[in-house]
Write a protein that binds this ligand. Structure first.
Ligand code: PLP
Length: 378
């Protein structure tokens, strides 16, 4: 080592993020068990060392191929991506395109399954943080199971914000990440894999093997030998952050975390209905995701401009612009630490200032409606 690589006195005082004991197999398996509890599954889980798009792509490439007929349900942007991956495996894809201002209905799923008896794989997003809707997986799961198809669900934006009952609902491949309502890291993701899914994947000669996209590698190198030796160095910091997020939500209690997110969505929607011109993009409360609410801007105002104006006035608001079926909408990301009444009241105040600056009573009415809905929902 040359002199210029010696740590300077200053650098010695900086924290050593990696000055940690190595994460061993037992600790890694314990984090997986905590994730399985949140997923309500007693089956296998695989913890891929990447953002949720890694296991989502992996599930599709593992389970689908040229012989597959897939029903791909599109209620937001992730469904579009699933369709692209499915087609690239050679699968025949039946698309059920639903306006993103509502949820898909169980009847629409039943209709598609009846019309295309060959469907043997269904991909569905549970909650869409991007468009603010949530789909009734509890009712859809049994329909898919009765049809004999595998069900893959993207629960990244629902886990921690609303129940995800993997085994009870009959989800075969359920993908979660920490970055939304768990208030955790984005860099590692957990997937539940049912026995039926393992059988289908093992029978798929094109399923990734010897690949970073491979679920089968995790099965043969990690699960089957009893989770005693990690196949490669884990993303230690991300795993520790996920563990902390799972511990935090367990300490709060899942039902309490779900109630907090649901009450936030209800309160925001109730308050927004008192603001002239601003609308709830997802029409029905029952279809609205507890993790995020999408709003339409007053006529003549572009949602992108409104988002920028609100953020200029209060950069701490959890806002961004999303793309709905008919154009841009304002998206309020009230998940994790942001799920609570303060986010609702701050957002309403900013919206009222921007859209009804000369009507202080409008904000008062919106606040009162939000507070009352918050109380009712809790
Ligand atoms: C957030 C999210 C993901 C993960 O995507 P990022 O944008 O990388 O966080 C996947 N699926 C859904 C439905 C999501 O909301």
């Amino acid at each position: 080592m040359t002199a210029q690589h010696e740590p300077t006195p200053d650098s010695r005082r900086l924290p050593w993020l990696l000055d940690l004991p190595a994460m061993d197999a037992a600790r890694f398996a314990a984090v997986e068990d905590k994730a399985a509890a949140v997923l309500h599954t007693t089956g296998d889980v695989v913890t891929m060392q990447g953002e949720a798009l890694l296991p989502l792509e992996s599930c599709i490439r593992s389970a689908a191929g040229p012989g597959t007929t897939a029903l791909n349900v599109i209620t937001g942007p992730y469904g579009e991506t699933f369709g692209t991956w499915l087609r690239s495996t050679g699968a025949h894809v039946v698309t059920l395109d639903v306006p993103s201002s509502r949820a898909v209905t169980p009847d629409e799923i039943a209709g598609a399954l009846a019309e295309h008896p060959a469907i043997d794989f269904v991909s569905l997003v549970h909650a869409e943080a991007a468009t603010g809707n949530t789909n009734p997986v509890d009712a859809i799961g049994p329909l898919v199971r009765a049809h004999g198809a595998l069900l893959m669900v993207d629960a990244v934006a629902s886990v921690g914000a609303e129940p995800v009952l993997t085994d009870e609902w009959g989800i075969d491949l359920c993908v979660i990440g920490g970055q939304k309502a768990l208030a955790g890291p984005a860099g590692v993701s957990v997937t539940s894999v049912s026995e039926r899914a393992w059988e289908r994947i093992a029978a798929n000669t094109r399923a990734p093997r010897g690949s970073y996209l491979s679920l089968l590698d995790w099965k043969s190198r990690w699960i089957e030998p009893g989770r005693t030796a990690l196949p490669h160095a884990p993303a230690q910091l991300e795993m520790l952050a996920l563990e902390q997020a799972l511990d935090r939500i367990a300490a709060e209690g899942l039902p309490a975390a779900h109630a907090r997110h649901a009450a936030t969505a209800r309160a925001l929607r109730a308050g927004v209905r008192r603001l002239p011109g601003v609308g709830c993009y997802v029409v029905e409360d029952a279809h609205a995701a507890p993790a995020a609410t999408t709003l339409t801007a007053p006529d003549g105002t572009d949602a992108r401009t409104l988002t920028a104006d609100l953020l200029a006035a209060d950069p701490s608001l959890p806002l961004q612009t999303a793309t709905g079926t008919d154009g841009p909408v304002l998206r309020v990301n009230h998940y994790g630490a942001a799920a609570g009444l303060p986010t609702v009241l701050d957002t309403l105040a900013a919206l009222a200032r921007a859209t009804a600056p000369d009507a202080p009573d409008v904000l008062e009415a919106a606040r009162a409606a939000a507070e009352s809905a918050w109380e009712d929902a809790r």
